[in-house]
Design a protein around this ligand. Structure first.
Ligand code: C2E
Ligand code: MG
Ligand code: MG
Ligand code: MG
Length: 292
């Protein structure tokens, strides 16, 4: 009986899995047209220092809003694009679009902090990532430090040699390199010391519930001290409450990103936000100058 039940359950899961795969392929088919039609955009989420709430960067995040349909989650979009190989075009579009936006902010005299872009492992495997990025930076006359590249731990699992070379090239060109979703990738810590990274991002699943669960608190704590021992900056993602912020500050984590401080904003709103933020900053600097 248990056997029959098991087989039936397996059959259900198997057909669910196949439906999901089919869905991914159908989705992948629509991406090139959606990109051409402007349905795919970048949103920008500000990143801050915890201590003095200084803006330190913006993470660019993909958004797909099909007209009349429900928004499609970026992880789903990226997964679909990876399966057809279109991720190369999509990824290059992200690089180009981020550079274009930075250039526009610079021309408007808005404070420019590095924009972090997420890069898929597939983009790395082609082995021309630095050339592609440099091409777009040069097109907009931007220095390398305008961009930070976010990679996940699992990227390092295959072709470590090639990826190491690529990361060194990126750092030499002035770009930052961050490890995203740190702690979720099951990868060995030993490779970390060879990787030219300057920032570690604590995954939001650890930040979430860091006050409720001892284990999450311990993991956050450990990642902060690991980062510091490696000479890296450490940023916590997905910070939603003041209590989480206080906890992270106590642990010596210096940077945060999360809904508590700012949500990802469409380009227009991000520009407005930057205008107000820069204005408030120059104003408070002036006030400080007067009182000193
Ligand atoms: P990620 O790079 O780890 O991005 C952080 C995710 O956390 C984003 O989800 C962001 O909207 C969300 N987030 C930020 N603050 C909070 C918070 O306080 N609470 C909660 N619950 N969530 C928060 P999003 O935008 O849905 O992106 C999901 C993932 O899709 C990204 O995770 C990244 O892995 C991938 N992705 C997004 N854009 C790109 C891209 O341009 N290229 C590639 N390859 N992947 C991308
Ligand atoms: Mg990221
Ligand atoms: Mg992340
Ligand atoms: Mg993620």
């Amino acid at each position: 009986d248990a056997k029959r039940c098991g087989r039936a359950t397996y059959r259900i899961f198997d057909s669910l899995r196949r439906a999901a795969e089919l869905n991914t392929l159908l989705l992948a088919d629509r991406i090139p047209d959606a990109l051409a039609a402007g349905e795919i955009q970048l949103y920008y989420q500000p990143q801050f220092t915890i201590g003095d709430r200084r803006l330190i960067g913006m993470e660019a995040l993909l958004r797909w809003m099909p007209p009349g349909g429900a928004p499609i989650a970026p992880d789903q979009l990226v997964l679909a694009a990876e399966q057809t190989g279109f991720i190369a075009e999509l990824g290059e579009w992200v690089i180009h679009e981020a550079c274009r936006q930075i250039s526009q902010w610079r021309n408007q005299g808005l404070e420019t902090v590095p924009v972090a872009i997420n890069v898929s492992g597939v983009q790395f495997l082609r082995g021309e990532l630095t050339q592609i990025i440099t091409k777009h930076l040069e097109h907009f006359r931007l220095p390398g430090r305008s961009l930070e590249i976010e990679i996940t731990e699992t990227i390092a699992l295959d072709n470590t040699e090639g990826i190491l070379r690529e990361l060194h090239e990126l750092r030499q060109a002035g770009l930052g390199v961050a490890i995203d979703d740190f702690g979720t990738g099951f990868s060995s810590l030993s490779y970390l010391r060879y990787f030219p990274i300057n920032r570690i991002k604590i995954d939001r699943t650890f930040v979430n519930g860091c006050l409720e669960f001892r284990e999450n608190a311990a993991i956050c704590k450990t990642i902060v001290s690991l980062a510091h021992n490696l000479g890296c900056q450490v940023i916590a993602e997905g910070v939603e409450t003041d209590e989480q912020l206080d906890f992270l500050l106590q642990q010596g984590c210096e940077e945060v990103q999360g809904y508590l401080l700012a949500k990802p904003l469409p380009a227009e709103a991000a520009s407005e936000w930057l205008k107000e933020h820069c204005h408030a900053r120059t104003r408070s600097n002036r006030d400080r100058a007067v009182t000193v």
